[in-house]
Design a protein around this ligand. Structure first.
Ligand code: 5GP
Length: 114
């Protein structure tokens, strides 16, 4: 897998507004926010897409989701609710090929998405 912009953010080669970090996960604000809160949660060990994930990634994916939920709870989003999105490949609208969870909150979400 080639490097991506998120790899550069993880290595601090380019700046980002980092809001959470632990041994396995980094979270930073999306450059082009689609909601009052729009944070991207990325595993430090890159997986290109959800489709590329395997059972050996189970623990990391669990940590990624739980870090997202814990952050949303701390930020006071959980009671009213929020949306998490993982885009996969072209039809999913994925543009950065380093798996990431979008956390969107602070406004009413609608369904179905466009
Ligand atoms: P995707 O379309 O792959 O699901 O999501 C990629 C997201 O990364 C987009 O929402 C886009 O705005 C965001 N993004 C792209 N480049 C950068 C960047 O350099 N910094 C930050 N913080 N976000 C970025």
């Amino acid at each position: 897998m080639g490097d991506t912009i998120f790899g550069k953010i993880i290595r601090r080669e380019i700046p980002a507004d980092i809001v959470y970090e632990d041994d396995d996960v980094l979270a930073f604000r999306d450059l082009n926010p689609q909601a009052p809160v729009h944070v991207l949660f990325v595993p430090k060990r890159a997986i290109a897409t959800l489709d590329a994930a395997t059972t050996s990634d189970s623990e990391l994916l669990g940590k990624l989701l739980l870090a997202t939920a814990a952050y949303a709870r701390r930020e006071g989003l959980a009671e009213q609710g929020y949306r998490t999105v993982i885009n996969c490949n072209e039809h999913g609208g994925q543009t950065v090929f380093h798996l990431h969870v979008h956390l969107l909150g602070g406004r009413q979400m609608h369904w179905p998405p466009g």
